[in-house]
Write a protein of this length. Structure first.
Length: 167
């Protein structure tokens, strides 16, 4: 199933929702004895959004500022464009952070990525909205596999903004 078809399937109930495309790019390093030594590339390209814009914007709803995400992840030394799915939580008001959580599979093994843009304050958004600190865990063993820093490149901001669409 294509990424677009998969996202459409997730939206399918006829309510007004939204989608937006985002790319984060940077490096990661495996923890000792978990993979190739040194810095490796780490890239994720995802489409995130909500099936129901009203729930996304309603502070009384459990889905407030929480979006699904689906896309691909490249983890140097582990995988190239593996399909991933999970969620994006905009925790501006409670924790001053944005959290990306997604799972993917490589050769029958399941992994979970958790990345955070932290310390979001009005005076530092140019830095904190563009830098994401992440960890990669082997779900079967529960072990930390790698740590990463990815960045939203400001040069991609026009593409990011124009990718917003109602669904």
């Amino acid at each position: 199933m294509s990424r677009i078809a998969a996202v459409r399937e997730m939206l399918g109930d006829g309510r007004v929702g939204f989608l937006i495309d985002e790319e984060m790019r940077g490096t990661h390093h495996f923890v000792v004895d978990r993979g190739v030594a040194g810095e490796q590339p780490f890239v994720f390209r995802v489409t995130w959004g909500s099936k129901h814009l009203g729930k996304f914007l309603n502070p009384m709803d459990a889905e407030f500022m929480t979006a699904f995400l689906r896309g691909t992840v490249t983890v140097g030394g582990l995988c190239e464009e593996a399909e991933c799915a999970g969620s994006l939580e905009l925790r501006y008001f409670t924790e001053a952070k944005i959290r990306y959580t997604f799972d993917f599979e490589v050769a029958g093994r399941r992994y979970r990525y958790v990345g955070e843009k932290r310390d979001l304050r009005p005076w530092n958004l140019h830095r904190t909205h563009t830098t994401c600190f992440g960890t990669l865990t082997d779900l079967a063993e529960g072990d930390l596999i790698s740590e990463s820093i990815t960045r939203f490149r400001l040069a991609t901001a026009p593409a990011f903004l124009t990718s917003f669409r109602l669904a």
